[in-house]
Design a binder for this molecule. Structure first.
Ligand SMILES: O=C(O)c1cc(=O)[nH]c(=O)n1[C@@H]1O[C@H](COP(=O)(O)O)[C@@H](O)[C@H]1O
Length: 235
């Protein structure tokens, strides 16, 4: 990625491994960043992750690990050795969980980035207060981002709507930003959304886009349109 430009990560949220293979053939590295989540990992596991990396893509494995520090760090060890570009863990697992994951990654000599989920883009309004009663979302967001930086993570995952609040805070961290829609209207399960252009202008390092590309009439043209938009915005 050009340092001044926001990169595009395509979320390969497709039903089958063959569907994902076909999509990658057609994408032809228009962007080299792709994300695999729990479904494709459940179907294809480590072999499929390696296949994507061997095709020359930078693979973001989005497993959102969240458990006690020992359990997460011990999973980070073998995952560090796959040649991934990035792996997600939850910041709400706490400082110790993140710091031990970083130490484990470093022990393996891996350059895999560890990204901390702050507050899910689906968790707006009542959905947030149901599970965090009495807790201000913005305070939680800032606390989680600052703890992630203290623990040595490489980046955070947050909503485009959080970027303004995070300006000047946890500044060393990459901002990886899902919740991207063509219009600033909540759709499907995403509630905290913005356009690709707004996210890039607000300081996203990378945006993560799934359905707006995968379900477009011409997915590759949709990905290229987003890349063009991102190319016109520099931080
Ligand atoms: O970690 C993520 O990538 C992630 C975090 C988050 O808060 N919200 C979120 O939507 N994501 C992922 O980003 C992608 C967004 O997909 P679309 O809503 O289809 O663009 C999905 O693969 C989600 O798993």
């Amino acid at each position: 990625m050009d340092n001044n430009k926001c990169g595009l990560i395509v979320a390969l949220d497709l039903p089958s491994l063959d569907g994902a293979r076909d999509f990658l053939d057609r994408l032809d590295k228009a962007t080299k960043y792709v994300k695999v989540g729990p479904r494709l990992y459940a179907l294809g596991g480590v072999a499929f992750a390696k296949e994507i990396i061997d095709r020359g893509y930078e693979l973001f494995l989005d497993l959102k690990l969240h458990d006690i520090p020992n359990t997460v760090a011990s999973a980070v060890e073998p995952l560090s050795e796959l040649g991934l570009w990035a792996l997600t863990i939850h910041t709400s697992g706490g400082y110790e969980m993140m710091a031990r994951s970083v130490a484990m990654r470093d022990k393996t000599g891996s350059r895999m980035k560890l990204l901390g989920i702050t507050v899910l883009t689906s968790l707006g309004g009542e959905l947030w207060s149901d599970v965090h009663p009495g807790c201000d979302m913005q305070q939680a967001l800032v606390g989680r981002a600052e703890t992630a930086q203290r623990a040595g993570l490489d980046g955070i995952v947050c909503s485009p709507l959080d970027l303004e609040l995070l300006k000047g805070r946890a500044e060393k961290l990459l901002r990886v930003v899902p919740g991207i829609r063509a219009k600033k209207v909540s759709t499907e399960d995403q509630t905290r959304v913005a356009t690709a252009k707004d996210a890039a202008e607000a300081g996203a390092s990378y945006i993560v886009v799934g359905r707006p590309i995968l379900e477009a009439a011409d997915p590759i043209a949709a990905a290229k349109d987003i890349l063009k938009t991102l190319g016109e915005v520099s931080h």
